[in-house]
Design a protein around this ligand. Structure first.
Ligand code: HEM
Length: 296
């Protein structure tokens, strides 16, 4: 029996919704705990991944080792916005229509205590490509390596099987992207869109050169489960990285920002993160979220 939220390592679903909630200031500790306990039952019947933010746990007087707020990082090119979401849910379905009832149910369940702040509609594109047409997730660790990268192994049963997720909603500027030659686009990513071949002669700013996981010291592996999103005429990639800590993601993102060598990731030429957040994904026990670390 798995001790982690299974959606976390399962293949990308056809459709999904990323939901971000604030906890109402008037909510009492008891109400929060009751609602999270109900959410835990909901997770046993739905394909969903749940994450809790450090601020929410602070309100409950709980500290999870390694859980922190998204760091204050920035460079000259990018402004990093860090909304204080308390709760994150990734609803995963096979058909878009299934999201309607699932969304209503989860909102009803959470509504006395949590307010929906941001809803991002996501979908699979061409079996796992970004909307630019590049295959995403190629270098994800697989099987046992994925478990070891994404899932915390701990002597403490309250933490064993939990995970730390970094999320960033990136918005693409397609006019900018389309104005580049396909050669320039390939060199921006560091892979050829046509056959996904890695380009040895790509510049240091190429995305895969910035993020090559085995080149970090220590190696920085994460399991990425990003999905394209769209709303009206805006679209991009909802980036999701699960780790047994935030360290690997943070090392990669710092390198993307060029904080050490002043070379920023070429991706910033056409895309920017609109919002950024960290959550702790509790383990699973008997099919339900194991919230014993919160005294639930
Ligand atoms: C607009 C946002 C992004 C897009 C479109 C994007 C796209 C891609 C693509 C096409 C690849 C190559 C195929 C693959 O191995 O998956 C890739 C690799 C990768 N990306 Fe991203 N990415 C984005 C943001 C990020 C962010 C924010 C991070 C982490 C901070 C990240 C981390 C990685 C990693 C670790 C790899 C694999 C590198 C390797 O080990 O070779 N990506 N990305």
């Amino acid at each position: 029996m798995t001790h982690f939220q299974t959606g976390l390592l399962a293949p990308i679903p056809s459709h999904a919704m990323y939901l971000h909630f604030y906890c109402l200031p008037s909510s009492t500790e008891q109400q929060i705990k009751q609602t999270l306990s109900q959410l835990s039952s909901f997770t046993s019947q739905h394909d969903i991944v749940v994450g809790l933010a450090s601020l929410l746990l602070e309100r409950l007087g709980v500290s999870i080792p390694g859980l922190r707020a998204f760091p204050e990082l920035s460079n000259q090119v990018v402004e990093i916005v860090r909304p204080n979401y308390d709760l994150w849910c990734w609803l995963r379905v096979a058909e878009r229509g299934e999201l309607v009832q699932a969304l209503q149910q989860i909102q009803t369940l959470l509504s006395p205590v949590f307010k929906l702040s941001l809803q991002v509609d996501a979908f699979q594109y061409q079996s796992g490509r970004d909307l630019t047409g590049y295959e995403d997730g190629t270098e994800n660790p697989q099987d046992a390596a994925a478990i070891s990268a994404a899932i915390l192994s701990s002597d403490n049963p309250q933490l064993h099987g939990s995970s730390f997720v970094a999320i960033q909603q990136w918005q693409h500027n397609f006019a900018q992207f389309n104005s580049m030659s396909s050669h320039a686009q390939d060199h921006m990513i560091g892979r050829r869109r046509l056959d996904n071949e890695e380009l040895e002669d790509a510049p240091e700013s190429a995305h895969v050169k910035r993020t090559a996981q085995e080149n970090f010291e220590p190696e920085a592996f994460v399991v990425r489960r990003s999905m394209p999103w769209m709303r009206d005429d805006q679209a991009g990639l909802y980036f999701v990285a699960f780790g047994h800590s935030f360290d690997a993601f943070e090392a990669q993102f710092r390198k993307m920002l060029g904080l050490e060598d002043h070379i920023s990731d070429a991706l910033f030429q056409f895309s920017k993160p609109l919002n950024n957040a960290y959550f702790w994904c509790p383990p699973i026990q008997q099919g339900r979220l194991n919230l014993s670390a919160l005294g639930i």
